[in-house]
Design a protein around this ligand. Structure first.
Ligand SMILES: NC(=O)c1ccc[n+]([C@@H]2O[C@H](COP(=O)([O-])OP(=O)(O)OC[C@H]3O[C@@H](n4cnc5c(N)ncnc54)[C@H](O)[C@@H]3O)[C@@H](O)[C@H]2O)c1
Length: 554
């Protein structure tokens, strides 16, 4: 397919001055794209190479939208929108959001403490406003009041802005709110004095619960809705339904009518119990590689480096299944709340487990993530105040090679971040994919992985300038926004409170290969004992799904 078949670029001279033309991209078959691109491209200067480069990206984007038949959904939002942070995820989110939701550009404000004016020129010339400002504890309410009003939408894509304060403000001012991770002001402040409980996401969830427990109706807030946490909850539900349907089809469901009823009722906790799921990993391998290798004293990654360091050096958190027989070393049980997690007094980046994704075994890090709380909480079956079923849930993350090397250097630096940080964009990445899914284990098929295998080639056409990782995160944000606009009075929500079919229907065209299928993998399947004298080889062969069998080094 030639570019010329689908897209014409018409250069119009606005003022008779050849040095200052207006650009419009016109798509013959999809005229609705014109308006969208015109908004972004008005007033671009043809002599400026970067603008031409940007136009090339937009053309590729247009082609992709045609090829994949991604449809404009016709959702309208005419109130004010504030986006805090214009980094890797926000850059990727903005064009996809505007593809799906019609928002007048002049209603959108973006703030970032770094100067992003040049990056945003194509949008600001269409009416979007950018301000270089830092959100601090002192001026948060004032900034929100300045750029938002009742009925508006706040999208938090920065880091370390207290989630409780934003949720409270949005509740009080009837504003919709979404973020991709639950954060707090200065998480490093008490890192040497606070106990493991105070340093956890579980602690932040308890604060959010305390804050929101009496809000029966109110403006919708969705926290933790990126890729993981976020889409991973929907992958897990889809995988669970696929397993149950396969059991019914294969004639191995003990009571097929009952199982079918649980699918229809969307009773995921009971369904997980009755299919026999014991463990769920959010298993992710990032195979993206850059043409420019990591240099000494440089941290290279595919998403927020400050965020990865913060969560990676915090305690590992694990949604703790009711089938587990023994606690691992350094395990703490939270003093309050549903106690659905255990908290390890050791860093997530130094806690390694075996896991699996299509089609090989990995060793990944148990970095704390919202899904360990959300999925394990929502998939608990309670009976008279006692948890009678809950799966073990945690992350198993194998980041890209450059990040593995960066983390190793970080350990040598006693966890002081390198002076230079680099998030890889699509021009630097020469190959690779982000393979991200829910690995559901313990049922009759042993393991079952459901998720996204998104290559850099596909990501490039989906969101010019971005990488496979940020596209997946952006879809979490866009789907949450669309659901909130349609459901503005749902109060406080975790990803597990959103309907997975609706989210996946919008997200799927952007996720590359959407894979859902079984594997006979278990954590002991390929295990070889090299040192029989080492007590770490004391595996539990009676129940292969015990946490100690997954641990790479205890
Ligand atoms: N759930 C997920 O799947 C997922 C995945 C990746 C990232 N995230 C989260 O998304 C967020 C953004 O990630 P990213 O990769 O885009 O990070 P990034 O570092 O590329 O971008 C963040 C931007 O926010 C700005 N910023 C930070 N604090 C600010 C403040 N107080 N005031 C104004 N601007 C501020 C920074 O200058 C930066 O430009 C992070 O919280 C990260 O943890 C979630």
């Amino acid at each position: 397919m030639e570019l010329s078949e689908k897209v014409d670029i018409v250069v119009k001279n606005s003022s008779g001055n050849d040095n200052n033309p207006l650009f419009f991209i016109l798509d013959r078959r999809h005229p609705e794209l014109n308006e969208y691109f015109e908004q972004g491209l008005k007033s671009q200067n043809a002599t400026n190479f970067s603008h031409l480069f940007y136009m090339y990206y937009l053309q590729t984007f247009a082609l992709h939208l045609n090829r994949y038949s991604i449809r404009r959904t016709g959702v309208e939002f005419n109130n004010k929108v504030l986006i805090i942070g214009y980094g890797a995820v926000a850059k990727c989110t903005l064009p996809i959001l505007l593809r799906h939701v019609n928002i007048p550009l002049e209603n959108i404000t973006i703030i970032d403490f770094k100067d992003k004016a040049q990056d945003l020129k194509a949008w600001t010339s269409g009416g979007l406003q950018f301000f270089k400002r830092k959100v601090t504890p002192d001026d948060l309410p004032q900034i929100l009041a300045e750029y938002l009003s009742a009925g508006g939408l706040l999208i938090d894509l920065a880091w370390n802005i207290d989630c409780c304060e934003m949720v409270q403000w949005c509740h009080d001012h009837n504003v919709l709110y979404v973020n991709t991770s639950v954060e707090a002001w200065d998480p490093d402040a008490e890192k040497f004095t606070a106990g493991p409980y105070e340093k956890t996401l579980y602690y932040r969830q308890m604060k959010l619960h305390e804050l929101t427990k009496d809000w029966h109706e109110g403006p919708t807030s969705v926290v933790d809705h990126g890729a993981n946490p976020g889409l991973i909850s929907h992958f897990a539900r889809q995988g669970l339904v696929d397993i149950a349907r396969r059991m019914i089809a294969d004639g191995i469901a003990p009571d097929p009518g009952h199982m079918d009823g649980l699918i229809r009722e969307q009773n995921f906790a009971r369904l997980a119990m009755e299919t026999g799921i014991k463990v769920i990993h959010c298993s992710e391998r990032d195979t993206q590689i850059s043409r420019s290798p990591k240099k000494v004293d440089e941290f290279v990654g595919t998403w927020c480096i400050e965020g990865l360091r913060e969560e990676g050096t915090a305690p590992a958190e694990i949604g703790w299944g009711t089938h587990e027989k023994e606690l691992p070393d350094q395990a703490h049980i939270p003093p309050v709340g549903p106690k659905n997690e255990i908290l390890l007094a050791r860093m997530g980046i130094n806690t390694w487990v075996r896991s699996w994704l299509p089609h090989h075994e990995i060793v990944g890090m148990v970095i704390r993530h919202g899904e360990a709380f959300g999925i394990s909480d929502r998939w608990t079956v309670w009976n008279e105040g006692r948890a009678i079923y809950r799966p073990t849930v945690h992350y198993a993350y194998l980041p890209c090679d450059a990040t593995i090397a960066s983390l190793h250097e970080l350990r040598g630096r006693n966890y002081e971040l390198q002076p230079k940080l680099r998030i890889l964009n699509d021009r630097e990445i020469i190959s690779g994919s982000d393979i991200l899914g829910a690995l559901l284990m313990g049922h009759p098929y042993k393991s079952w992985w459901t998720g996204s295998i998104l290559s850099i080639e596909e990501a490039k056409t989906l969101a010019p300038g971005q990488n496979a990782t940020t596209v997946q995160v952006a879809l979490g944000v866009v789907t949450a926004v669309m659901w909130m606009i349609a459901n503005p009075k749902k109060g406080f929500c975790l990803p597990d409170d959103l309907p997975h079919e609706c989210v996946l229907e919008i997200a799927r065209p952007y996720l590359g290969e959407f894979y859902s299928g079984p594997s006979d993998w278990t954590p002991l399947k390929n295990r070889k004992v090299y040192f029989k004298e080492n007590p770490e080889n004391d595996y539990d062969y009676d129940d292969v799904w015990q946490f100690k069998n997954f641990l790479f080094v205890r």
